[in-house]
Design a protein around this ligand. Sequence first.
Ligand SMILES: Nc1nc2c(c(=O)[nH]1)N[C@H]1C(S)=C(S)[C@@H](COP(=O)(O)O)O[C@H]1N2
Ligand SMILES: [Mo]
Length: 232
Amino acid sequence: MDGAPVGRRVFLGLLGAGAAGILWGSKAQEWLEQHVAPYLAKDGTGLSGFLPIGRFRIYSVTGSMPHRSHDEYRLQVTGLVDQPLTLTYADLRAMAPTGITRDFQCVTGWRVYDVQWKGVRLADVLERAGVQVGAKALRFRSFDGTYTESLTLGQGRRDDVLVAYELEGEELSDAHGGPVRMYIAPMYGYKSLKWLDRIEVTDEVVPGYWEDRGYDVDAWVGRSNNRDDNST
Ligand SMILES: Nc1nc2c(c(=O)[nH]1)N[C@H]1C(S)=C(S)[C@@H](COP(=O)(O)O)O[C@H]1N2
Ligand SMILES: [Mo]
């Protein structure tokens, strides 16, 4: 179904967002064939591996797909913390995992039903670093060098906010922001920053990439239909 040409609503949404550099339609298809297909083949996941990709649109505001291997990967936790952290991929894997299955929704109008995510609770990472008195917010940075996002500390401590490393039972691909990305279950997709490499604990919310371009900082998915759920 998502292999079909991008719907008018989505297309207008992209235009409305002034979203230069976002990949979609045939351009995305071309990119997937060049970059994702070999990755999947290497993983031995075969054609079924395309399913999650096929259900999503792959976004990168920089028009490129950064890559970092599990060995190279580091997550920095800095700012207003007692103990600044540098976590490896293995460190994250060694922490208690949490799984969440929820619809994934982009403000431009597409939705993927019942997506399975796995990772560690951001709350647990913060706990490990020790958040200092006076801290109020979190800032996330991507190793694409451009994208940023933020949450209030309260939002970041919710049970449904993950530092994610698996999607649909597979390690996160480069395309989906691997090896590690944010997954903010109760909010629109743009809050879920891909290619996460730094979490900074700050004293105020700094608007992120899309928020500088007009999106809401508090991006709760609405309750306008029965499938949306931001109550947990
Ligand atoms: N670094 C980075 N993170 C990002 C984006 C991006 O362009 N760059 N796009 C956001 C948007 S608008 C959405 S809807 C989701 C899309 O996730 P996907 O590309 O895995 O489908 O990623 C979000 N995180
Ligand atoms: Mo989005």
